[in-house]
Design a protein. Structure first.
Length: 218
């Protein structure tokens, strides 16, 4: 399709790529991810906010590949811990720690605290090679459970209790979680505005010069 745009998801997570492909089906967009390209340098996520890290990943990928790119950054914000683990959610118990190590550390720190309020936050950034970006945000409020429950999901899902469904995220089906999660809400916001996003990308992408090949042997 002549008017189809290419969009690179700055991830090698096939589940995330499939989720975004499903959300944007029907739109004139060709979704790729980092596995569709050769090795590229890794982005150091050293921003102080989810917004900074999402933009950094999207902008870097767009500049390296010369294509519009989408990236997200997300994490858990705990009231009683002054917003921790926040942007350090993935490294909360050290670089090589497992999901279980991370949520067990959090449960230990929350052991004697009455305030269990917490929220998951997700920022999605769509950037073009020239620098500008669009931002979408999703948040889901809940509580830190007293103990881990459920086998689904990943990360802090077993200890994040969602009161409207009276379950932890790890007890929800994938469909249930997608409807209420921080990432699901951010992706819905993106999907609802994607026609405008396409126009914005086309407006900000550099125009490629066209060259006519001449056969000098004739």
């Amino acid at each position: 399709m002549e008017n189809t745009i290419q969009l690179v998801i700055a991830t090698r997570n096939k589940g995330k790529t499939a989720e975004i492909r499903d959300l944007l089906k029907g739109f004139p967009v060709d979704i790729m991810d980092l596995d569709d390209f050769g090795p590229i340098p890794e982005v150091i996520e050293d921003g102080e906010t989810f917004d900074e890290n999402a933009y950094k990943k999207a902008s870097f990928t767009a500049r390296i590949l010369g294509l519009p790119a989408l990236a997200d950054d997300s994490g858990l914000i705990v009231d009683a811990l002054n917003g921790a683990p926040g942007v350090h959610s993935a490294r909360y118990a050290g670089e090589n720690a497992s999901d279980k190590d991370r949520y067990k550390k959090l449960l230990k720190e929350m052991q004697d605290l009455e305030n269990r309020k917490a929220a998951f936050e997700c920022i999605i950034s769509i950037a073009v090679p020239t620098g500008p970006a669009l931002t979408y945000e999703g948040q889901c409020e809940g509580m830190i459970a007293k103990e881990a429950t459920g086998d689904n999901g990943f990360g802090y899902d077993p200890i994040f209790f969602y009161p409207p469904l009276a379950k932890t995220f790890a007890e929800l089906t994938r469909e249930e979680k997608s409807r209420v999660s921080h990432r699901g809400r951010a992706l819905k916001e993106l999907g609802d505005e994607f026609e405008k996003v396409i126009k914005w990308i086309k407006l900000h992408m550099p125009i490629q010069d066209k060259f006519i090949c001449e056969d000098n042997n004739q």
